[in-house]
Ligand binder design. Structure first.
Ligand code: 4NP
Length: 158
């Protein structure tokens, strides 16, 4: 990792719905804003290791101009806690599982994505067993979280 490049890891359970969507949204929005940020996503479980993002997440994301090209599911690994500056879970279970695995010295890096937004929702719910509307709702929440995160990063740089 280049010194001074902020790095962000988005985390959900399976790394096929919410966190790859957050990665895709943040890649586009941060690039549009001229920010150079290292961005990745991972899951607390490894059920789908190596798989592409869920087709339903891709469908709603592609319609809004986000790219999922090259994204592949992986599990969170120990080195992530040292490597990334921000480790952002989608729901309280993700954060609890991250904190269980995270060395004490890096625990301050772990928080909820929506803690950066003004949204009334605190968590991005798991859309896996629901229909298309759930995926649209999740994408909207992720966009709110990412917008708030970008605001935060810009204000902490100035
Ligand atoms: P994600 O959604 O955590 O947003 O990627 C899920 C994907 C797969 C499963 C659960 C949640 N699963 O049980 O296989």
């Amino acid at each position: 990792m280049t010194v001074n490049t902020t790095s962000v890891l988005f985390v959900c359970l399976g790394n096929i719905c919410r966190s790859p969507s957050a990665e895709a949204v943040f890649k586009k929005k941060s690039a549009d804003d001229g920010l150079t940020i290292e961005i990745d996503s991972a899951g607390t479980a490894g059920y789908h290791n190596g798989a592409a993002p869920d087709k339903r997440s891709q469908a709603v994301g592609l319609e809004k101009g986000y790219s999922f090209k090259g994204l592949k599911c992986r599990k969170v690994v120990e080195q992530d806690f040292e490597k990334f500056d921000y480790i952002l879970g989608m729901d309280n279970d993700n954060v609890a599982n991250l904190l269980k695995a995270c060395p004490e010295e890096f625990k301050h890096k772990v928080s909820l994505l929506l803690s950066f937004s003004q949204s009334e929702e605190q968590q991005v719910p798991d859309p896996y067993y629901g229909g298309r509307r759930g995926f649209e709702y999740v994408l909207n929440l992720i966009e709110e979280g990412v917008d708030g995160l970008i605001k935060h990063l810009k204000s902490s740089r100035s």
